[in-house]
Write a protein that binds this ligand. Structure first.
Ligand code: HEC
Length: 96
């Protein structure tokens, strides 16, 4: 019984880290742990953006079509490795 419980906890942990997709820890150094920092004194506070705006921004950076503060190429490097679906899902978890 104990083994079964431990095995299912391990399975759940693996599932949720896979589902998380975007690694937020790679972002918060610039954007702040609560997303309220103006990254490199350039970006707006992501915490003030809507989920839809964040999703559009991340997909725009990935596509290379967004460059609001002259740092679009830097953000492209941050998000290019993720699928649009991952970026979309992640955008629902930050901002407002
Ligand atoms: C090295 C610092 C750095 C890292 C790491 C970083 N960003 Fe950014 N981010 C920026 C800068 C600078 C901008 C402004 C880009 C521009 O000129 O449009 C920005 C812009 C944004 C914006 C749009 C804000 C606006 O002003 O329009 C979002 C949303 C965002 N980043 C999310 C993320 C996510 C999610 C990650 C992690 C996958 C991430 N960032 C990693 C520096 C960073």
């Amino acid at each position: 019984m104990k083994k079964i419980v431990i095995a299912s906890i391990a399975a759940l942990t693996v599932t949720s880290s896979l589902m998380a997709g975007v690694n937020a820890a790679a972002c918060t150094g610039c954007h702040g742990a609560d997303w309220s920092k103006k990254a490199m004194n350039k970006s707006v506070a992501v915490s003030e953006m809507s989920h839809a705006d964040i999703a559009a921004a991340l997909k725009g950076y990935k596509a290379g079509t967004r460059n609001v503060h002259g740092m679009g190429a830097l953000m492209k490097g941050q998000v290019a490795k993720y699928s649009d679906a991952d970026l979309e899902a992640f955008a629902q978890t930050i901002g407002k």
